[in-house]
Design a binder for this molecule. Sequence first.
Ligand SMILES: Cc1ncc(COP(=O)(O)O)c(C=O)c1O
Length: 474
Amino acid sequence: MLLYERVATALRTQIAHGTLRAGERLPSIRHLAQGHGVGVATAVQAYLQLEREGLVVARPRSGYFVRASTTLPPAPRPARNRAPGEIKNPALLDATEAGAHGALLPLHSATPAFDLLPQAALKASVSRCLRRAPAAVFDYAPAQGHLALRRLIAQRYAQVGAPVSPEEIVITAGAMEAINLALRVTTSPGDVVLVETPTYHGILQTVAALHLKVLEIPNLPGRGIDVARLDHLLQQNAVRAAVLVPNFNNPLGSLTSDADKQALVSRCARHGVIIIEDDIYGELAWSGQRPSPLRRWDTHGIVISCGSFSKMLAPGLRLGWLAGNPWTDALVRAKFFSTMGGTSLTQLAMSDYLQRHDLERHLRRLRRTLADNGQRLLEAIARFWPADTRVCEPQGGMSLWVQLPERSDSRALFEAALSKGIRISPGVLFSSRGDYVDYVRLSCGLVWDQRLDRAMKELGMLVARLGGSKVKAP
Ligand SMILES: Cc1ncc(COP(=O)(O)O)c(C=O)c1O
């Protein structure tokens, strides 16, 4: 046996026997080398081997940790054959807030924490615009949005093999307004819209506000949109549009494969379904590899691609966009009739930021932090939550979707957590009819600290108490 294999086997055995537990820090490379009487290079090789096997994870500047491989994936659910219907979910229809809330720990919020934003660079861009172009800053923006920003967004599409013209881009107040405008232009009240289940509550709220009906297609852990069911659904129902999140959907963080994306576009084209693609998490692949938007395979002109700077830069700037060529004139008109246009200051400042600062560098750091937080949450769940808690391992984005032990009610957990100063998102928010009562969504976008660590322990005890399970030994 090679030397590094011998070291790796020793660690593997300790992990298998529970001597080393999920989330625990492993010896430093120097200590490992000394302990086994081998060189540093051999110790590094042993860790790399265990990392390839998925048993350990490296955390920048912290060392190696045992991976939380003991968490189970969510139990498969039989797909329901529900007819299209109106959204009837009071939890969803009554909700009116987003973002952090005072002293509460915002474990519910799918946004990057303030300390993860490139604050200095963004402030510098805002100041520069106020200094250099006050007349433009204080004037109305064109309804379609400032051309400089549209050009920069078009350049990013070109980099991922999905060419989009600046002439077809419309700047919006976040992805939410983009989806709203796209639905208003392409549908009429009473039309049926296909959405994933579970999916982001904002999409369902917009669909409800426009008096549309929903038809749900399963969103599968690790696989994304259940494209195999698409033909059946589209044959049985007259669907006008689909609002889909193929890249790291919220709440699962699942990625739909390129092959499935291609099949999705061609089947929707065959059935005359317009796709409104919400690619808000496309830049947040934890592997660092940006997946393509659906737009890349749109040879029929049926995809309206929506995006946003909310998750990669700052949600409060309210800057998003859409690109949907055949509908550009109608979309610009809808934007004009609704708000006349967006905000000049944020559009000009964002153009400045994209030209002068290094978005790629910021994104690399953000992706690493999100992946790291995701891993830490998994580890905390494996250590502190009841053993029958199940977790969907995300491939990107900002969320962790957790299935509580059987018969648990996440609304009770939500209330109990609030009383401890912790805010979580109960699963009922993520479907049209209040399904997923036994799920919660947690945020990967916070800065990891002792408070968060304690909160995960606290939540584990609450889950155990509410569900009648035993708490794990700390
Ligand atoms: C899938 C998805 N789409 C849209 C939004 C809202 O985006 P924006 O802030 O750009 O309006 C969110 C926010 O959580 C989201 O998760």
